[in-house]
Design a protein around this ligand. Structure first.
Ligand SMILES: [Zn+2]
Ligand SMILES: [Zn+2]
Length: 448
């Protein structure tokens, strides 16, 4: 999950999933898997394999690698999958892994994990905390799995093992994909550009999951938009530099930038449908050196978030128009406005969600499968879906329900969210629930 700025929202559960609405009905099997049989078999199977998944998790956690540097991580995952009998191809989209397992005629189902960690210092104090450092953008930095992608990887391997242990209950082709560079919203595209769907075949369905700071044992889902469109804003206002005491001899780009920063919020509050989600944040302002010089330019960087294409267009247009108008108002040259498309929103396929949720409830219990609101963060799992594959992305909680209850009491300390240096999932319940949920989702889609 990529969060544009350190977020402050208190939602304890975030949901996600992707939906390309194309032809979902035709690719979905007619009947859900044998749920009672699955339930009886699943828990003992997952319990039995858990010790090895925990050691895999702790190893990955202690040896994190940042985006596109997932060399040891991808080799480890490739090795795990080869041992299971998957046909494994490495270096797809630089460090990505594709593992295929054929089990008779049936749909091809993509199961995705991400692999990258973040360039930040872990401060959890856990015995298996990362102390790793690497180079990022020419600077030395600590590295930490503070987004839970290590939980995703252990869950992914556990799901593969579970599905192979229950392969009499489903048929079709498993397409397990370990993608690099989710945090910079680049890895999924890198794999697709490297022929993921042409070299290995286009899957019929895709599943992904993400940790969230909700209660462990609980899965959060929703149909429709799950994560946000994310676009980057990079604007340079050009002025005319001069002495701070003689502004009439200059064009002050800082005043232009200030107008823009304030007025662009009217695009959000006055132009966008107030019932629709949309955010424009200017997170970086760079201009000037000292107090008595009016600089000749001001550079702004920010992020633009939305769920729907309509709101996205409205915000992008409003940002562009407000930037140009702010410059025009000051008689300044036209600004350079660079709006880079980032990740698209994940939109979960409604038909797939409505087929999968009852199966999840049958195994995890009704109260442990909850509908959640969309998150304002972004995720490039959307790339796999937007290539025309109905998909579902869901959330797995990582904290003890007691700790969550305590954190909500007056004076309680909020639990760390993803990307916090203190983010510390409880491995056992998080991984076990993830494995059970993902295995059930896949088996339901591939039921005999
Ligand atoms: Zn993240
Ligand atoms: Zn993430």
């Amino acid at each position: 999950m990529r969060i544009g700025k350190p977020h402050t929202h208190r939602k304890t559960f975030a949901a996600a999933a992707v939906a390309c609405l194309l032809a979902a009905a035709t690719t979905l099997p007619a009947q859900a898997a044998g749920e009672p049989a699955a339930k009886a078999q699943l828990a003992p199977l997952v319990d039995g394999m858990y010790p090895s998944l925990e050691s895999l998790y702790k190893d990955l956690h202690s040896h994190p690698e940042i985006a596109f540097q997932e060399v040891k991580t991808s080799a480890r995952l490739a090795d795990e999958m080869r041992k299971l009998g998957f046909e494994v191809t490495e270096k797809v989209g630089r460090t990505g892994v594709v593992a295929i397992y054929k089990n008779g005629a049936g749909p091809t189902v993509l199961v995705r994990t991400d692999m990258d960690a973040l360039p930040m210092e872990e401060k959890t104090g856990l015995p298996y905390a990362s102390k790793v450092k690497t180079e990022s953008n020419g600077r030395e930095t600590f590295v930490a799995h503070s987004c839970g992608h290590d939980i995703h990887m252990a869950t992914w391997v556990g799901t593969a093992r579970t599905l192979l242990g229950m392969k009499d209950q489903w048929k079709g082709t498993l397409m397990f994909v370990a993608q690099p560079a989710e945090e910079i919203v680049s890895g999924a595209k890198a794999m697709l550009d490297d022929g993921l769907y042409t070299r290995f075949g286009k899957p019929d369905l895709a599943f992904g999951l993400h940790t969230s700071p909700g209660p462990y044992g609980v899965v959060g889902y929703r149909a429709g938009p799950v994560s946000s469109n994310s676009d980057a804003l990079d604007i340079t206002f050009k002025g005319r530099g001069g002495h701070g005491s003689a502004p009439d001899k200059t064009i002050d780009p800082i005043v232009i930038a200030a107008h823009f920063i304030t007025n662009v919020q009217s695009v959000v509050s006055r132009e966008k449908d107030p019932a629709q989600f949309g955010v424009v944040t200017v997170g970086a302002v760079q201009a000037g050196t000292v107090g008595n010089i009016i600089p000749d330019q001001a550079v702004l960087r920010g992020t633009i978030r939305s769920y729907t294409p309509e709101v996205r267009e409205k915000l992008l247009d409003g940002v562009r128009r407000t930037a140009n108008a702010s410059a025009m108002m000051a008689g300044a040259p036209e600004p350079s406005v660079d709006l880079k498309a980032g990740g698209a929103a994940i939109v979960n396929d409604a038909a797939l969600v409505s087929r999968t949720v009852p199966a999840l409830k049958a195994v995890l219990g009704d109260k442990n499968v909850v509908e959640v609101p969309p998150i304002s963060a972004s995720e490039d799992f959307s790339e796999f879906a937007n290539a025309g594959v109905p998909a579902m992305f869901f959330f797995v909680g990582v904290y003890s329900p007691d700790d969550i209850a305590a954190s909500r009491k007056p004076g309680g300390k909020p639990l760390p969210f993803n990307h916090s240096p203190f983010f510390a999932p409880v491995p056992e319940q998080s991984i076990k629930t993830g494995v059970q949920a993902m295995s059930v989702a896949v088996m339901t889609a591939m039921a005999k």
